[in-house]
Design a protein around this ligand. Structure first.
Ligand code: ADP
Ligand code: MG
Length: 379
């Protein structure tokens, strides 16, 4: 049964009658890794994997949720002390609270929801969940008066204040602003953004999930951030966004070799995002792919956030003639994102499964993605 039909049916069973359908999407990031906290660019897009919710105001001050995927229910009030215990329900509670904190209106509602964004795979199922409900609450109770950027911030603050995840804005931004066949370049310093058509006739995007997670990413992540901050401060600038290689070379002897190599990656990555956008505008897919490989090499050798499994998947991609391949996300596990010509696709996937399984004892998971619309009311 289609996702939509499943949800409509569950709504009828749990609450009777029907609601209004809303959806929002998971996301990929084509290029621009570890650039967000350096004031640089990211280049995400929403995908054809969504969280969908059937929602109806219920005339009370209580929210009743049913999660199809977990087969669990939760009920909560809308005051700060009403936070539900279940983690999944806290995402929705947080969205309600953050809307109210910003002066928006939220009243009681019933909702049944489900999704096909894989959980915890790096495609941001949590942002999809937040954006879906933030969009719905804005539509149902606020005449859509809350601006889209604020909806993304409501999702981000939900992660910070109700889910203990100190994330940036990219995931929620992409989920809210996503547009079919477009990637969005977000300037993480000014928060200005620009849509770029992502038309890749003859190619596909596929994620290969290593299903490994090596370390608590927190401490190496913080170490990378500190390196960047030290170099920026040595250069007398706020973030590495304002640095170029010439500036970095000029202080090379005054900073540690480690700080140098980390900053070099960030400076190069910032440029690569801009170069990918130019290449897309020219329809030059080969260059897009080449830059993706360059990002992988930088993440692996210079920023040192890769791992054996991800490097192996990258090697397999290269061997199979995949146009572009790189780690997606912070590193130390998770997925590679691959730009593959249609005629190379089957061979690549079969080889990746076989070789990875032979070496690590399990197959990677494969997620085909199409760049699609973000948060919306479904007609
Ligand atoms: P991701 O990288 O996918 O965002 P997170 O750990 O940030 O991973 O978010 C996953 C959490 O979001 C889940 O543990 C669950 O609480 C919630 N979630 C995501 N998708 C669903 C779903 N389909 N149904 C219920 N809860 C979901
Ligand atoms: Mg998440």
């Amino acid at each position: 049964m289609e996702l939509k039909d499943k949800i409509v049916k569950a709504f009828a069973e749990h609450f009777g009658g029907e609601g209004i359908l809303f959806a929002s999407a998971g996301r990929i990031n084509l290029i621009g890794e570890h650039t967000d906290y350096n004031g640089g660019f990211v280049f995400p897009g929403a995908i054809d994997k969504v969280i969908m919710a059937d929602i109806r105001p219920n005339g009370t001050d209580k929210v009743n949720l049913y999660s199809l995927d977990l087969d669990e229910s939760a009920t909560f009030g809308l005051n700060e002390e009403d936070a539900p215990a279940a983690q999944w329900a806290r995402y929705v509670f947080g969205v309600c609270r953050e809307t109210i904190k910003r002066g928006g209106t939220v009243k009681g509602f019933d909702a049944a929801f489900a999704g096909n964004v894989p959980l915890g795979a790096g495609l941001s199922s949590s942002a999809a969940l937040e954006s879906c409900f933030a969009y719905a609450v804005n539509d149902l109770f606020n005449d859509n008066k809350i601006e889209k950027f604020e909806l993304a911030k409501i999702g981000q603050s939900t992660e910070h204040n109700y889910c203990g995840v100190n994330c940036g804005i990219m995931d929620q931004f992409a989920s809210v602003f996503g547009k079919k066949n477009c990637l969005i370049r977000l300037d993480c310093r000014s928060l200005e953004y620009e849509y770029f058509p992502f038309e890749i006739d003859g190619y596909r995007l596929v994620l290969v999930d290593s299903v490994v997670k090596h370390e608590l990413v927190d401490s190496p992540y913080n170490k990378r951030r500190q390196s960047c901050e030290r170099v920026a401060s040595r250069l007398g600038i706020e973030t590495l966004r304002d640095a170029d290689m010439e500036m970095l070379e000029s202080v090379k002897n005054e900073i540690s070799a480690e700080d140098y190599i980390r900053a070099k990656f960030v400076i190069e990555e910032k440029e690569r995002v801009l170069d990918v956008c130019d290449a897309l505008n020219r329809g030059d897919i080969d260059t897009v792919g080449r830059l993706m490989y360059a990002t992988h090499d930088g993440l692996s050798r210079d920023y040192e956030v890769s791992c054996e499994e991800l490097d192996y998947l990258n090697d397999i991609a290269k061997e199979c003639g995949v146009t572009g391949s790189r780690i997606m996300g912070g590193g130390f596990g998770g997925c590679t994102i691959n730009l593959v010509a249609n005629d190379k696709y089957d061979h690549f996937i079969a080889t990746a499964k076989e070789k990875f399984n032979a070496r690590y004892g399990h197959e990677p998971k494969i997620y085909d993605v199409i760049i699609s619309d973000g948060a919306r009311r479904c007609e």
